[in-house]
Design a protein around this ligand. Sequence first.
Ligand code: MG
Ligand code: MG
Length: 269
Amino acid sequence: MAIQIKTLDELKIMRRAGLVVAQIHQAIRDVIKPGMTTDALDVIAAAVIKRAGATSNFLNYHGFPATICVSINDEIVHGIPGAKIINVGDVISVDCGAIVDGWHGDAAFSIGIGTVDSADQRLMDVCEESMWRGIAAGKNGAKLTDIGYAIEQYTNSQGKYGILREYGGHGIGTEMHQAPHVLNFGKAGQGPEIVPGLVLAIEPMITRGSERTKVLSDDWTVVSVDKSRGAHFEHSYAICPDGKPFVLTAIDGGRSQLNRLGVEISDLL
Ligand code: MG
Ligand code: MG
């Protein structure tokens, strides 16, 4: 499948979709607490999408039954919301998206509930930072695998973590999942060149143990085989026509995090 290159006008619509995703994240961060069910988070996400006049790209995706994925502790991605109760000390990963005028946004975050184990907090911090390092590496003129290389190098520099092999980032546009697939590991300097108009969802998934996973009998939930806890962060970012990046699913376009890493963001969006 060919890589879809977006015009500035199309990126402007994708920014609107990205902001809906950012609003869902904020709404969930604002209310998540011990004693809630994961279903309650799904209801909130659906309400934000409805209020924005957007639609969900997760609901009914290959039969997925909810608006968000909620994955707890050794569940790493693709958990289905339900009656499960959120507890103090849990690591909760939330992944969701939205469609505005046919264009998709997709982003995820992990959060600790109340006081969490410092090693769990570190797991989340390393995962999030690896995502920002990946986005920073995926600049105009770089090669696609420079992203996964940056993610893996940073993650390995921080300790012993398992980087999931079977799941990765992706192009995004008029479909949630487009070419190219973006590995979270591997050699630098390979694959297609990163050019203006390319939009990628960068999403490292790591565990405190092994990178080996299995899918539960619900056919969705991905858990670590060794029961180690996992984290997942994701943002969708574009290379704008001026050659600078812009993080479509971050409220500030990724300015604070990317500036810290020496990358200037576009002001076209
Ligand atoms: Mg994604
Ligand atoms: Mg996602």
